[in-house]
Design a protein around this ligand. Structure first.
Ligand code: GAP
Length: 512
C-alpha cells in the first residue's frame, strides 16, 4: 500500500469505527471541520490528560487555566494577529478554486526534491554497497540540473517572503509553469493577503467596533491572565501557565484530514523566565517535549527537530517537532522563544504594568517567555496513522489492528462471554463490575469470539477477557493481549492488576 492509499484507508477506518466523522455529514459536510465520535473522544481525552499531567503534575511551577475563546479585540492588535496573521492567496479564474501561493511554490519545490531523491535511489540500486550518496549528489548531471533549478526558485521565494512581495509570488508561479490541478490552467488572479482570523459580533448593533475574533491560538488567553495567575498563585519566576482549548483559523488550504482544520484544539504552555535565561529554558523545553513524544513508544526515528532559520521578528529561537505522517515529515509541535514580545505589547496597549518584581535582585522586568504549542488533533492523527496496521495472522487471513500506546487507547479492556447462555453472561457481568471503576471497557456477546477479537483489534483495545465454561468452575478467565495475540489463563481477582500494569498513565509519566 502506498502512503497515499494508507491515508485514505485510515480516514475510512476512523469513520467506520467511530473515531472521526466529517462534520455536518447529513448536509454533505463542512470543509475542514471534523467531529470526534465515541472512540475518538476517548483517545483525544487521554492525549490531553497525558499532556496536562506531564505539565501540571510533574512540574511544581506550572499551573493550568481555562480562558475564553472570546477576548477583547485589542488582544489581537497587541499580539500582531490583526496586522500580520495572513496567508498569501491566489485564485484560479477557470476552476474558481483558491490556493495559498506559498504552498503552490513549496509543492513545486517538493516535486523537484522528489525527483532528486528518485535519482539517488536509482544510483543506490546501481552501485550497491559502494554507493556514496554525498558524492553522487555533487556529480550526477541530472541531480545538478534539478538542484540549480531548485536553488534559483528557492532563493527567489525566500526573498519574496522576506520582502512580503506578493507580485513576485505570482511571477514565480507563472515562471515555474505552475498550473491549477483542477483546471490545468495558469489563469491566475493577483496574489492577495488573507487574514486567517474568524470574526463575529459581540452585540447586535452591527457597528464595526462590535467586531470580535474567535481566538486563532490559546496562548493569548495565557498572556492576558499572566498578572492574575502570578499574583493569586504567588508564582515565582521561572514558572509556566498551561492551557488546552479550541482555536479557529480560516485556513485556505484546508486538507489532509485533521492535520489542518478550521476549528481545532491546542495544548499550549507559556513558560515565563528572567531575560537572558531564555535560551537555557528553550533547550530544556525542546528536550522535555521530545521526551514526552518518544515515551509513547511510537519509534524515535519518527520524530525530528526542524530548527527555523528565518525567525519571526519577536522570536530569538524556534523549532518544530516534526512527525513522520503518511504524507511525510510535518510539524506536530512548535517550540518558540518569544522574548517579551507578547507581555510587552499587552503592557503598552492596555496601559497596565505587566512586570515581575524579583525579590532577590530588587528589580522589575517584563518576563521573557518560552512557548510549547501542540495541536491535539495533529497528535490524534500521529497516533492513529502510526498505529494502523494490517497483519497476516495465518491461514491466509489478516487482521486490522490499531496498536495505540496502551495508556491512551480509548477502550482498555473488552469483556466477552464465550456464549450467550449457561450463566456465562452473568459471570461476565461480574467481571465488568470488577474492572469498570478503573478502566474504560466494552461488553460484547454478539458473534463468534474471533470476530469479536477483530472488532477490538480495530479500535485498539489492549486486552480482551473471555469468560468460558471453565470460568464457572474455577473463577479464571482468558486474557488476550492485542499486539502479541497471546492468551493466558488468570484468576478474575488478578485481572485489575494485570491490566493496570500496562494501561496506567502513570507508567508513562514515571518515565518523563
Ligand atoms: N501559539 C503558537 C501557535 O499557535 P502554530 O505553529 O501556529 O503556533 C501550534 O500552532 C500548533 O497548533 C501546530 O504545531 C499544530 O500542531 C497546531 N495547529 C496549527 N494550525 C492548525 C490547524 N489548522 N489544524 C490543526 N492543528 C493546527
Amino acid at each position: 500500500m502506498t502512503q497515499d492509499e494508507l491515508f485514505k484507508v485510515l480516514v475510512a477506518h476512523c469513520k467506520e469505527y467511530g473515531f472521526i466523522f466529517p462534520s455536518s455529514e447529513i448536509y454533505d459536510g463542512l470543509s475542514a471541520v471534523y467531529d470526534y465520535g465515541q472512540m475518538g473522544v476517548e483517545l483525544k481525552n487521554n492525549i490531553k490528560s497525558y499532556w496536562w499531567q506531564a505539565m501540571t503534575r510533574l512540574n511544581e511551577n506550572i499551573v493550568g487555566i481555562d480562558s475564553c475563546v472570546f477576548m477583547h479585540p485589542k488582544t489581537w492588535v497587541a499580539s500582531g494577529h490583526v496586522a500580520a496573521f495572513n496567508d498569501p492567496l491566489i485564485d484560479n479564474k477557470d476552476s474558481k478554486k483558491r490556493y495559498r501561493a506559498d504552498v503552490l511554490i513549496e509543492d513545486y519545490l517538493g516535486k523537484i526534491e522528489e525527483k532528486m531523491n528518485k535519482e539517488v535511489e536509482k544510483g543506490r540500486k546501481r552501485f550497491g554497497e559502494a554507493f556514496d550518496e554525498a558524492k553522487f549528489r555533487e556529480t550526477n548531471p541530472n541531480i545538478l540540473r534539478e538542484k540549480a533549478k531548485y536553488d534559483e526558485v528557492h532563493n527567489r521565494y525566500v526573498a519574496a517572503e522576506e520582502a512580503n512581495d506578493l507580485k513576485e509570488y505570482k511571477q514565480i508561479i507563472l515562471d515555474c509553469g505552475i498550473v491549477d490541478p483542477i483546471s490545468g490552467t495558469a489563469n491566475w488572479t493577483d496574489v492577495r493577503q488573507f487574514n486567517l482570523m474568524f470574526s463575529t459580533q459581540i452585540s447586535n448593533t452591527g457597528a464595526d467596533d462590535d467586531k470580535i475574533y474567535l481566538r486563532p491560538e490559546t496562548a493569548q488567553g495565557i498572556f492576558i491572565n499572566y498578572l492574575n495567575v502570578q499574583k493569586t498563585g504567588r508564582m515565582k519566576i521561572p514558572f509556566g501557565i498551561a492551557q488546552i482549548g479550541k482555536a479557529f483559523r480560516n485556513e485556505i488550504v484546508a486538507r489532509q484530514f485533521v492535520f489542518r482544520m478550521r476549528e481545532f484544539e491546542q495544548m499550549e504552555m507559556e513558560f515565563f523566565c528572567k531575560p537572558g535565561t531564555e535560551m537555557e529554558w528553550f533547550r530544556k523545553w525542546k528536550e522535555n517535549r521530545m521526551k514526552w513524544h518518544r515515551t509513547l513508544g511510537m519509534g524515535d526515528d519518527n520524530y525530528r527537530f526542524h530548527d527555523h532559520e528565518k525567525l519571526a521578528h519577536y522570536a530569538n529561537a524556534a523549532t518544530d517537532i516534526e512527525f513522520r505522517f503518511p504524507f511525510g515529515f510535518k510539524e506536530l509541535e512548535g517550540i518558540h522563544s518569544r522574548t517579551d514580545f507578547d507581555l510587552g505589547n499587552h503592557q503598552k496597549l492596555s496601559g497596565r504594568k505587566i512586570q515581575y518584581f524579583d525579590p532577590e535582585t530588587n528589580e522589575s522586568y517584563v518576563p521573557y517567555c518560552v512557548e510549547t504549542s501542540i495541536g491535539v488533533d495533529r497528535m490524534v492523527l500521529a497516533v492513529l496513522s502510526h498505529s494502523y496496521k494490517v497483519e497476516e495472522v495465518g491461514n491466509g487471513e489478516s487482521r486490522v489492528v490499531l496498536a495505540i500506546p496502551a495508556p491512551i487507547a480509548p477502550i482498555k479492556v473488552a469483556v466477552l462471554p464465550l456464549v450467550r447462555k449457561d450463566g456465562l453472561p452473568e459471570l461476565a457481568q461480574k467481571v465488568v463490575d470488577e474492572v469498570k471503576f478503573d478502566f474504560t471497557y466494552q461488553y460484547d456477546e454478539k458473534d463468534a469470539i474471533g470476530r469479536r477479537y477483530r472488532r477490538q483489534d480495530a479500535i485498539g483495545t489492549p486486552f480482551c477477557v473471555t469468560v468460558d465454561y471453565d470460568s464457572l468452575k474455577d473463577n479464571t478467565v482468558t486474557i488476550r493481549e492485542r499486539d502479541s495475540m497471546t492468551q493466558e489463563r488468570v484468576p478474575i481477582s488478578e485481572l485489575r492488576s494485570i491490566i493496570d500494569k500496562k494501561v496506567n498513565m502513570s507508567n508513562l509519566l514515571r518515565q518523563l
